[in-house]
Design a protein around this ligand. Sequence first.
Ligand code: KIV
Ligand code: NA
Length: 267
Amino acid sequence: PQRRITPGDIRARKGGTPLVCLTAYTTPIARLVDAECDVVLVGDSVGMVLHGLPSTLGVTMEMMILHGQAVARGLERALMVIDMPFGSYEEGPDQAFRNAARLMAGTGAGAVKLEGGESMAETIRFLTARSIPVMAHVGLTPQAINVLGGYKVQGRGADADRVLADARAVAAAGAFSVVLEKVPATLADRITADLAIPTIGIGASSGCDGQVLVVDDMLGLFSEFRPKFVRRYAALGDGAAAAIAAYAEDVRARRFPAPEHVFGDGE
Ligand code: KIV
Ligand code: NA
C-alpha cells in the first residue's frame, strides 16, 4: 500500500536521489504523472498553459482551487503542492494564511508554493508556524515579470549574492524546499551546497536536489513556447494536429462514422 509522500519526506531527500516533479492541472494528467513523481505542482502556469493568459498575473484563487480539486482526484502517492496566485499573499502574513488555508482545505493539497525571497521570509515563517508547509520559489519569479522586465536569467555576476540571500532567507524561514528558476548552473550548485533543504531546479542545474518542468512543455503539447531549459520528451501536439486533420477529412468524405460506430434499429 502506497503512503502519501509528505513535505517531511521531501525535505529528507536533501542530497539524495533527485526529486522528480512535474506540473499537472487536470485529473487525467495527474493520474499519468503520479506514479513517477515525488511532487506534483498545480502551478499558476495553468493560466498561460491552459487558459491562454499572457502571464500568470491574471490567475485567480478560484482557478487554482478548481484545478487543484481536479488534480487531487488523480493523485494517490505524490505530494500535491499548489501555487498561491498573484495578489493572494503579498499583502502580509494574515492574507497569506487565509488564502493558503483556503487552497489547502479546498483542494487537499499538502503544501503551498509562493514566489519571493527575503521579502517573503516573514510570511513563510508565519505559515509554517501555523501548520502550512511552504515550498519557496526564487530566481526568476514569473509573477514579478513587470519589475524584472522579462523572463530573464536571474543571478548573473554581481546579482548572484541577491539570489543566494533570497534562498537562504526562505530556508531559514522554514520552507521545506525551494524552486530555483532560470539561474546560472554555477549559482544553482552553490545554493544547493549552501542550503539544508532540497533545491528543485527549472532552468538551473542537474546538481539541484530535484527538477521540475511544466508537463505540457515536456510533452510538446500544442505550445509554441520552447525555452532553452525544456527538453521535449514527446511532440504530442503534432500527433493531435494530425489526428484532428484526419478526422476533418473523414467527416467531409463521409468516412466517419463507419458502420461500427452507428446503432442499428433492433435490439
Ligand atoms: O507555475 C509553475 O508551473 C511553476 C513551476 C514551473 C515551478 O511555478
Ligand atoms: Na508558478
